[in-house]
Design a protein around this ligand. Structure first.
Ligand code: FES
Length: 105
């Protein structure tokens, strides 16, 4: 099947994810929780992409491709959402750090 990513027509196989097709075609999508060879958990949301016709952004590591899918990895909406996701992840780390009990050394 054919999938278009950022205007580039890419060949894809049934069952591949957007991330797998992107990697195979040299298109970078950032990831954090994705581990090659393990089932996707779609937890971090760093890999969000925009799919034409879809109301919400999709996690590229978990979303399977479909025939004729039109994907954008670097729109303003995608980049702003990824930035927000990173800010939320960092703020969670900060809270964990703050809530750790002080250790006497
Ligand atoms: S890499 Fe974490 S949700 Fe896709």
């Amino acid at each position: 099947m054919n999938v278009t990513i950022n205007g580039k027509v890419c060949e894809a196989k049934q069952g591949q994810t957007i991330l797998e097709v992107s990697i195979a075609n040299g298109i970078y999508i950032p990831t954090l929780c994705h581990m090659k060879g393990l089932p996707p958990i779609g937890a971090c949301r760093i890999c969000l992409v925009e799919v034409e016709g879809a109301p919400n952004l999709m996690a590229a590591c978990a979303a399977p491709v479909t025939e004729g899918m039109n994907v954008y990895t670097n729109t303003k909406r995608v980049l702003e959402t990824r930035k927000f996701v990173v800010e939320m992840l960092v703020s969670c780390l900060s809270l964990i750090h703050i809530s750790e009990p002080t250790r006497p050394y």
